[in-house]
Ligand binder design. Structure first.
Ligand SMILES: [Zn+2]
Length: 380
């Protein structure tokens, strides 16, 4: 034991060593444990910070994305000086600055069915810190097939979810939600807002569960699903059973290998509109200056109109669009607008399904239009 820790480490971890549930033996378990965080963003940031501080000896950070300034409102593993750098690299530097006595792997490879097994093979516990369903189901299936415990977390606006899946002794994610939802329902594809502190609450709970698993203390949240409501300051915990018919952990599973079960948002059929269903900001500007009657339909939330708006645009938030179609003139051409062109693509799809014939999606959204024609207006 003495060779495992230096005097500096003993002093660093002294507040752990004084807790009976941890002690020197527990600290050794943490040092010898390896954990893989898939995603170094909102959830991965606080989770990785606390795991590193606690002395988890080997941490892997998987992320192929780079730090964007709009991440910094919640992704506290990164800072202004690291904008534009790979998140895995930026995160590794931060973790080693906090605790140089651990090992950190920065993994910038894309985490998919082809790479997941190899990337995860040397880790004991996997943390799902992702923001999309495709990777979430992939991590679940990976953990079931390899017998590894998974710590799950998810966030949406003011609500968070936490659970632990260990299919050897309890249910898995597919026992709760058998099939992958369409990619456009995932927050990362739908341009959803995030209350910045929410991933902090959820990510630290995930780190708590991961450390409990490594130490073998307390009651891990296996078969339990925690829902945190930030606005009401309420935690609701429900239990859920293992499903004998589960596709991956049930009695007769049909999933035996990893597959990329859902397309990424960029590949979603909703976002691959036909060329005739798109309009560029320049084409729209020409149209607005001409005589042809055109309806601008802004499908953003009303609160977003405080940042930027287009003159004479009709605002029907995307969630309400299907029930408010009769407010739109079917004879006129309709150009659908949102922040970036993602939600409006979904809007185009809703209108076309409802029989509207002349509908176009503004490519790049209002951000692209104002940068050309109203440079004083904010982009977000
Ligand atoms: Zn299952």
């Amino acid at each position: 034991m003495n060779q495992l820790f230096s005097q500096e480490e003993i002093y660093r971890y002294s507040r752990h060593l004084m807790i009976p549930e941890v002690g020197l033996e527990g600290q050794r378990k943490l040092k010898e444990c390896s954990m893989l965080l898939v995603g170094a963003g909102g959830l991965g940031s606080p989770a990785a910070y606390y795991l590193a501080a606690a002395g988890v000896g080997h941490i892997g950070l998987v992320d192929d994305d780079v730090v964007d300034a709009s991440n910094l409102q919640r992704q506290i593993l990164h800072d202004t000086a690291h904008v534009g750098e790979l998140k895995a690299e930026s995160g590794k530097q931060k973790l080693l600055a906090l605790n140089p006595y651990i090992e950190v792997d920065a993994i910038t490879e894309f985490f998919n069915a082809g790479s997941a097994m190899e990337i995860s093979k040397e880790y004991d516990i996997i943390l799902d810190c992702t923001d999309n369903f495709a990777t979430r189901y992939l991590i679940n299936d990976l953990c079931v097939l390899t017998g590894k415990p998974e710590v799950y977390g998810a966030i949406y606006r003011f609500e968070g979810q936490v659970s632990v899946f260990d299919a050897k002794i309890g249910p898995c994610y597919r026992c709760l939600f058998p099939n992958v939802p369409p990619p456009e329902l995932s927050p990362s594809c739908s341009d959803a807002g995030v209350f910045g502190i929410l991933p902090g609450v959820v990510g630290t709970m995930m780190a708590t569960e991961a450390i409990k698993l490594a130490l073998g203390i307390g009651t891990p949240m296996i078969g339990q699903f925690m829902i945190y409501d930030g606005l009401e300051a309420a935690f609701h915990k429900v239990t859920f059973p293992k499903q004998p018919g589960c596709l991956v952990c049930g009695e007769n599973p049909t999933i035996h290998t990893l597959t990329d079960s859902a397309a990424s948002c960029a590949d979603s059929s909703l976002f691959t509109l036909a060329p005739e269903d798109r309009i560029t900001p320049e084409e729209l500007q020409n149209k607005l200056q001409g005589d042809a009657p055109v309806t601008l339909l802004d499908v953003r939330a009303p609160v977003e109109l405080q940042i930027s708006s287009m003159p004479n645009a009709v605002n029907i938030p995307l969630e309400k669009l299907a029930e408010r179609l009769d407010e739109l003139d079917r004879q006129k051409e309709i150009v659908v607008i949102c922040r970036s062109g993602r939600r409006s693509a979904r809007g185009v799809s809703i209108l076309k399904k409802a029989g509207f014939t002349s509908v176009k999606n503004l490519t790049g959204g209002i951000n692209a239009w104002v940068s050309l024609y109203e440079p004083e207006t904010f982009r977000y």
